[in-house]
Design a protein around this ligand. Sequence first.
Ligand code: ATP
Length: 289
Amino acid sequence: MRVYVTGNITVDETWSIADIPQKGSSVHGIKVSQDIGGKGANQAIILSRCGIETRLIAATGNDSNGVWIRQQLINEPLSLLPNAYFNQHSDTSIILNSADGDNAIITTTAAADAFSLEEIIPHLADAAVGDILLQQGNFSVEKTHALFQLAKARGMTTVFNPSPVNPDFAHLWPLIDIAVVNESEAEELQPHGVTTLVITQGAAGAWLVSEGQRRFCPAVAAEAVDTTGAGDTFLAVMLASALLRGVAPDTLALTHASRAAAITVGRRGTFSAFPGEQELAALLSTSGE
Ligand code: ATP
């Protein structure tokens, strides 16, 4: 059993500035950090650190950031496909943090957009019954739809985390087995007809809706240093916990996910905040007590 993640990979640059710039202004700032990011990459990295065979199918550009991304992933237990650089700049998020705690984010999607369906499909050639296709919201609705259709035709299990949200994703529910949404995505997209629905509620916890029941799993109390990547950690560990035990996502999977997400929120950064392989192995061996 293998998880294929089709999505994006980015370089996340965090800059500290006095205030969010006004039109026409020129301001000084400090570059605070540079990290791997992108929801596809985040989720794939954590799944692979949990011991799940993971293929991340995502585009890197032919610039220095593309080279840097590949260097960062050398020690991760996942395969990044294709092993090539696209004739684009790598996708980047510039996160501007102002002194009063506000932020503004600029994200590029040129590399993810340039990765055509025809180029993606060959990387799913050996995907078979029982494998998983996991997607987020960074591809167009058409591309996301076509890939889920292909996965269903192959007998794969489909997992959708429709973030960033697009109202047209609401048409994709008939193709989805497992949906993971936060409260605002749930409200906008009204997920229905899926076998397993998980609705996360930040520091409160998450709901598991499956087998005709609604069960609540409280979050693990954590001193929130930086909540970026909490949702990605939660989803990946929930899925890994269930897959490793050969079951559908259950309350233990959500408990493992909450414990892992609490580690991520307690540390600064995204990639650099994620739990490591040993932490995840220890956490995944815990019971629900
Ligand atoms: P992201 O900000 O990464 O996009 P999201 O909106 O997808 O996150 P959330 O509902 O904010 O997802 O969080 C997912 C899970 O992470 C929660 O269900 C909870 O278990 C955990 N979590 C989030 N924030 C906190 C927090 N402040 N303290 C402890 N756990 C948290």
